[in-house]
Ligand binder design. Structure first.
Ligand SMILES: Cc1ncc(COP(=O)(O)O)c(C=O)c1O
Length: 373
């Protein structure tokens, strides 16, 4: 079986570990460990009888719920079959309207897939030193301060038809791009797509400072993509949404299958966005578990942990990660995410998701066992 390029491939891990997939403790996919909200399960149960009809192709009710959640008119919202589907249409737009699309690397693997599918010209801009905190200008906390003057932007393509695809918070480092930098992109590029798949984890008191959602109605060149996969622990259901100018979303609807979101996902989306108890429980877990895992990782010999605003940490290791990954699987049935699919990082980095406090303790104990602290 080939080495996976995404996290969460339990079949692959189980084959290596010699156990059943359900026995693997998965730190490779950054999914909320509180599990599927009970409101989601109730929504699924209530909709089973509706499976004999097609979903409403306008997703009116779901769009209303998402609109209410963000305080935005429902016309500016398009639900999709996971953020992945919407990234595909955003990349078709970028390929059609831009001579070049700037991709800050290391970047989530799927961006390249979607851009290449439409023959977009990719202009890679490597931010590795800044993201890793090796650049003297970049802060050592979880915010990436990119000075806009003298500007990184000046080094990017100067065409009036340039686009950019940005991930905030950034996967795999968990860094947040600061507001000034994002605003500089929105005001100087003619097409800006921001994937905020992990933004829901940013605590509410910081969220509005970093999310670009409040800007969408002001900047018609801006698209924000959100995912329900990670925060609501539903990678198997597939639900995400784009927030963008209604004309653009109408165009995407003409390109795609009319029923991209199935009935169960649509009902779940409506329910979980109103599930404030689950949202609060998630923020409480995050506030408790994150500093404990970060401190525990920092105490391990040979590891360097990057400050992260998201529900995962990128860790630099002084030894080869594929070997460590294999040992953790075979000895402890624990799966960490190697970073081989991020070519800029190579074999000395891994990413671990934040799980429950007791599961994180298991990871730390297994690492202690392997690394000898
Ligand atoms: C940065 C980023 N964006 C988007 C996605 C895809 O999310 P979804 O499951 O909603 O398609 C992922 C999944 O790993 C991701 O890491």
């Amino acid at each position: 079986m080939n080495r996976p390029t995404h996290g969460g491939n339990l079949q692959w891990a189980a084959t290596l570990a010699g156990c059943e997939p359900h026995a693997i403790l998965d730190f490779s996919a950054s999914i909320n460990p509180l599990g599927l909200p009970s409101s989601a399960i109730a929504a699924i149960q209530s909709q089973v009888a509706s499976l004999t009809s097609y979903p409403d192709p306008s997703y009116h009710s779901l769009r209303q719920a998402i609109g209410q959640h963000h305080g935005i008119d429902a016309d500016w919202i398009l639900p999709g079959n996971g953020a992945a589907e919407l990234i595909t249409w955003a990349c078709r737009d970028l390929a059609t309207h831009c001579l070049e699309t700037v991709l800050f690397t290391p970047a989530f693997n799927d961006y390249g897939r979607a851009l290449r599918a439409f023959q977009a010209t990719i202009y890679p801009c490597c931010l590795l030193d800044r993201l890793l905190g090796n650049d003297p200008d970049s802060a050592s906390d979880d915010i990436l301060n990119i000075p806009t003057d003298p500007s990184l932007l000046a080094t990017l393509p100067n065409s009036h038809r340039r686009g950019v695809l940005l991930n905030n918070p950034h996967n795999p480092t968990g860094k947040l791009f600061d507001r000034a930098f994002v605003e500089a992109l929105v005001t100087t590029f003619n097409w800006v797509v921001i994937d905020e798949a992990f933004m829901d984890f940013v605590p509410p008191d910081r969220h509005d400072q970093f999310s670009a959602v409040p800007w969408v109605e002001r900047y018609p060149n801006l698209v924000v993509i959100r995912s329900l996969t990670k925060f609501y622990a539903m990678p198997g259901l597939r639900l995400g949404y784009a927030i963008a100018h209604p004309d653009r979303l109408r165009q995407w609807q003409q390109w795609r299958d009319p029923w991209s979101v199935n009935t169960l996902s649509a009902a779940v989306g409506e329910a979980v966005l109103q599930d404030t108890a689950y949202q609060q429980a998630t923020h409480a877990w995050f506030a408790q578990a994150k500093p404990l895992l970060e401190t525990g990782l920092r105490q391990q010999p040979g590891l360097r942990v990057l400050p992260s605003a998201a529900n995962f940490f990128l860790v630099q290791s002084d030894r080869s990660v594929p070997a460590l990954q294999q040992q953790l699987l075979q000895q402890h049935q624990i799966l960490i995410r190697d970073c081989l699919s991020f070519p800029e990082l190579g074999d000395r980095y891994f990413r671990v998701a934040l799980r429950t406090v007791s599961e994180n303790q298991k990871l730390l104990a297994a690492l202690r066992d392997r690394l000898g602290s």
